[in-house]
Design a protein around this ligand. Structure first.
Ligand code: GLC
Ligand code: CA
Length: 547
């Protein structure tokens, strides 16, 4: 699509997890024609960018994040022609497409790896990371993200290969220039087809630091390799890129995204979503609103004027945000809207994960047989060694990636309108009002609120470009300000169900409400806040003009 400079600053990105979005042919798996059938829904919501999780050919050990052909479309998703049609239909609606770029590893069924493991002198041997064992064991003590050692011994050539994720996901060797050349070619193949950019899977792991205690750190050549991708592929196409980069600080994020770096457009930041994890996503402590807001504000302040934030509460690896940080029972809608307001009021590009715009909650699976995700199943077996099964199941209910991977609820029909067949994973048992159909026709729904918020986020210069300043973060109330060219917006959010009133020291007048999750925000000398109340209001310094 024709590029406006810095279009990413007005992007609102919708993540589609294709397997669970919409099934067009009744085989129980979502597909590209299903996505095409829902593009008007996305237009109605108002998003202008889609990030599509992998839909390449894959043996699906990690739901498509184990790719066996970088240039194709998985049979279950459709054909390359379907893909081209989807891209064209998106562009006609003014929606850009980001593909998922998974190049830290391939599937072990990728032809490169099939060749690589054949012999030590195979031309593709060095596309992967093979090492001799040490002291009768693996080359080092690194563990894989989903459990077990990160090295797999290969009997036929008597060496170990590295896999930071599952055994079926061998890590590519980025130090090999031939491998990098192939990757650049592949990226250009999609960009030449018209794709608008990429979400770059675990991209901070591509260069390995073998002196580090764990394989996920920032390796010695990481920035050099990203710069190479930028110069040879991203920049010539004006592509937008977002890095999945766990463990960054605002300072290290700037090494990826600073204007002088020519690497990525933006990186995800997840500090706040891990808030309350006691070392693992399956061990949740008590939610601490002050810490949650503080972590977000730390990034806002850290990148203000120097970099660009991403605003993310959910994705396909995380449980639903209302279940984690809001109220799943009584104040579902209020808390879903409050969490959205808190995030969208900040500076950065928002990412919505499918169903978040309906305020979906975790599905609360009752038995391990209902789960599909490899991380969850591995964790179950590990946790079951230490805890009683009911406790383990509760831990999975809180932390499993399948919480967000269940079918999208479109309507009240069988399987929530996701498929006419048997869904690949059980549908969530959501309250009846949580369907796209119901929420689209209900003016008080979470969907309608997102719609308003998204419209604002694309047009309100203050909310797009404004400087960020945290004004208050205590007793579950947070207040922050965005200011731009003499205009000001104040965002006020209350966490929790205890009503509170705060002094109106911000120059807010009753008429200044831009958006609120209660119909009648109570603004006077004090501002009375009800459970999970949130508002975006216009304000001015000491009685000056309010714009
Ligand atoms: C990323 C993906 C996750 C996947 C992993 C390995 O973290 O988001 O779903 O399992 O990378 O590719
Ligand atoms: Ca299908």
């Amino acid at each position: 699509m024709k590029q406006e400079q810095d279009w990413y600053k007005k992007a609102v990105v919708y993540q589609i997890y294709p397997k669970s979005f919409c099934d067009s042919n009744g085989d129980g798996v979502g597909d590209i024609r299903g996505i095409i059938s829902k593009l008007d829904y996305l237009s109605d919501l108002g998003v202008n960018t889609v990030w599509l999780s992998p839909c390449y050919p894959s043996p699906n050990h990690d739901n498509g994040y184990d790719i066996s052909d970088y240039r194709g479309i998985g049979k279950e998703y459709g054909t390359l022609n379907d893909f081209r049609e989807m891209l064209d239909q998106m562009h006609r609606r003014g929606i850009r497409l980001l593909m998922d770029l998974v190049v830290n590893h391939t599937s072990d069924e990728h032809p490169w790896f099939v060749e690589s493991r054949k012999s030590r002198d195979n031309p593709y041997r060095d596309f992967y990371i093979w090492k001799d064992g040490k002291d009768g064991g693996a080359p080092n003590d690194w563990n894989a993200t989903f459990g077990g050692p990160a090295w797999e011994y290969d009997e036929s050539t008597k060496q170990y290969y590295l896999h930071l994720f599952t055994v079926q996901q061998p890590d590519l060797n980025w130090d090999n220039p031939e491998a990098r050349r192939e990757i650049v070619d592949m990226i250009n193949y999609w960009l030449d087809m018209g794709v608008d950019g990429f979400r770059c899977d675990v991209i901070n792991s591509i260069s390995k630091d073998f002196t580090a205690p764990y394989g996920g750190g920032i390796g010695p050549h990481l920035h050099e390799y990203l710069h190479e991708l930028n110069r040879k592929a991203f920049a010539p196409h004006g592509a937008m890129t977002v890095g999945e980069t766990w463990g960054l600080t605002p300072e290290t994020a700037l090494d990826f995204t600073g204007a002088d770096r020519q690497e990525l457009t933006m990186t995800f930041q997840f500090d706040h979503v891990c808030c309350g994890w006691d070392g693992s996503k399956f061990k949740k402590g008590k939610f601490d609103a002050k810490m949650f807001v503080g972590l977000l504000a730390h990034w806002q302040a850290g990148l203000n004027g120097r970099g660009w934030n991403t605003l993310v509460n959910e994705n396909h690896d995380l449980p639903r945000s209302v279940s984690q940080f809001g109220d799943e029972t009584v104040y579902v809608r209020e808390s879903a809207k409050m969490l959205a307001t808190l995030l969208y009021g900040m500076q950065g590009t928002p990412y919505i994960y499918q169903g978040q715009e309906l305020g979906l909650i975790n599905p609360h699976f009752g038995d391990i047989s209902e789960y599909d995700d490899i991380e969850t199943i591995n964790a179950y077996h590990e946790l079951a060694k230490k805890y009683e099964i009911p406790k383990v199941l509760k831990m999975l209910n809180d932390g499993s990636r399948d919480n967000s991977r269940v079918p999208m609820p479109w309507d009240g029909s069988k399987n929530a309108g996701f498929t006419a067949g048997k869904p690949w994973i059980k549908s969530g048992d959501y309250p009846a009002f949580m369907t796209a159909e119901r929420e689209r026709s209900d003016e008080n729904s979470v969907f309608q609120y997102y719609k308003k918020l998204i419209a604002l986020k694309k047009t309100d210069e203050c909310l797009i470009y404004g400087d960020f300043r945290l004004l208050k973060n205590e007793h579950n109330v947070c207040v922050y300000e965005r200011s731009y060219n003499g205009k000001k917006r104040i965002v006020i959010c209350l966490f929790g169900t205890n009503a509170q009133s705060i002094a109106n020291i911000y120059g807010i007048r009753p008429g200044g409400v831009v958006l609120s999750n209660y119909p009648d925000a109570a603004i006077g000398e004090r501002i009375a806040l009800r459970p999970y109340e949130a508002m975006i209001v216009k304000a001015s310094d000491a009685g000056g003009a309010v714009e």
